[in-house]
Write a protein that binds this ligand. Structure first.
Ligand code: AHM
Ligand code: MG
Length: 328
């Protein structure tokens, strides 16, 4: 007997129909899926085609861009623009706001290839995206939205082939790529309450440079949990979503070379931290910044704004938020 899994697009169609929604979001999501599949292809063939190296230029973040950062950025821009549904996009790879269709309904914030240090090894990276809706009735309110205004956020782990998406007040769902390049088999994710599977995830090489409160918290807690760190947010967060625990990318404040401090954190708010925080909230978790404030309530003042990030199981986020509030 043949059996077939539900595809993401069928899942979304049914969801939109059930809630009496328009088809515009479907068209947008179709373009995002097309982009992800194409990125997946370029990533898998990267080593063979000589695409795993540096592009030979510095990106908007002042970092050496990789060829695949640029390829992925072009792919996402092409498909978003083609959907006709996006007015403006914000990309990690573009200094300026990317202007698309003046009558588009959505703002899209994306990091086309996150976790670039994994690229030369062909190890997992992420394509992260968040979506907010234009104010179609009232006065235009711009693209600088807090995460709690996103209507959806998701991530593809490439080339692993998983796609996780959170829809506002409708949960966080995971899909797996099948042999026909469809993402199938929706599974709803809820962070586990049982601490047995919880993990901590952070760049341990930086621990001396964290604030004293965070260092002490780590010292008190690290023996209680497993430690896992891939160095690509999508992959590290993927584990936390399933196993529970805490992902930390704290502010770097005590580096002996002051140029290497990141007092505002390293990760970007709009297309990294807010995306995963939105997903985490829909899975029953939460996330705060270096002051212990909810990530999702931060209204950005510029599109490439950075933030520290503490993300995962509510109890651990609340514990560390207390420490952070006390010291700030
Ligand atoms: P990128 O956008 O330059 O790839 O940087 C973001 C990545 C995240 O995916 C990951 O969580 C973090 O940087 C890892 O940083 P580090 O190498 O300092 O541990
Ligand atoms: Mg990134």
């Amino acid at each position: 007997m043949l059996s077939f899994e539900l595809t993401f697009m069928d899942f979304l169609l049914e969801h939109q129909e059930r809630h009496g929604r328009t088809y515009h979001f479907l068209i947008l999501m179709n373009s995002i899926l097309n982009a992800a599949k194409r990125i997946q292809h370029y990533y898998l063939t990267g080593a063979l085609r000589g695409n795993l190296g540096l592009a030979g230029c510095v990106n908007v973040q002042g970092e050496n861009a990789m060829k695949l950062d640029q390829i992925a950025n072009e792919v996402v821009k092409y498909y978003l623009s083609r959907s006709g549904r996006v007015i403006y996009a914000v990309s990690e790879e573009e200094e300026d706001l990317v202007s698309m269709n003046p009558s588009g309904r959505y703002f899209v914030y994306f990091d086309p290839m996150d976790g670039s240090s994994n690229i030369p090894h062909n190890l997992p990276v992420g394509f992260l995206f968040g979506i907010a809706k234009r104010n179609l009735e009232g006065p235009e309110d711009g693209h600088l939205r807090a995460g709690n205004e996103y209507i959806a956020a998701g991530m593809f782990v490439i080339p692993t082939g998983t796609f996780t998406i959170a829809l506002k007040e409708a949960g966080c769902w995971r899909f797996h790529i099948d042999e026909t390049m469809n993402y199938v088999k929706p599974t709803r994710l809820e962070l586990p309450a049982d601490r047995k599977s919880w993990e901590l995830s952070f760049n341990s090489a930086h621990r001396e440079y964290f604030s004293s409160g965070v260092r002490d918290w780590i010292e008190r807690n690290e023996k209680k949990y497993q430690f896992r760190y891939l160095g690509a947010l999508a992959g590290d967060f993927h584990r936390i979503l399933t196993n529970g625990g805490l992902f930390l990318y704290p502010a770097i404040v005590n580096h002996p070379d002051p140029k290497k401090n990141y007092p505002n954190g390293k990760l970007r708010l709009m297309y990294e931290a807010a995306v995963v925080s939105f997903m985490c909230q829909e899975a029953g978790g939460s996330a705060v910044d270096e002051k212990g404030q909810p990530i999702l309530s931060i209204k950005p003042s510029h599109q490439h704004q950075r933030t520290a990030l503490y993300l995962g199981s509510k109890e651990l986020v609340e514990e560390i938020a207390e420490v952070l509030k006390k010291q700030s």
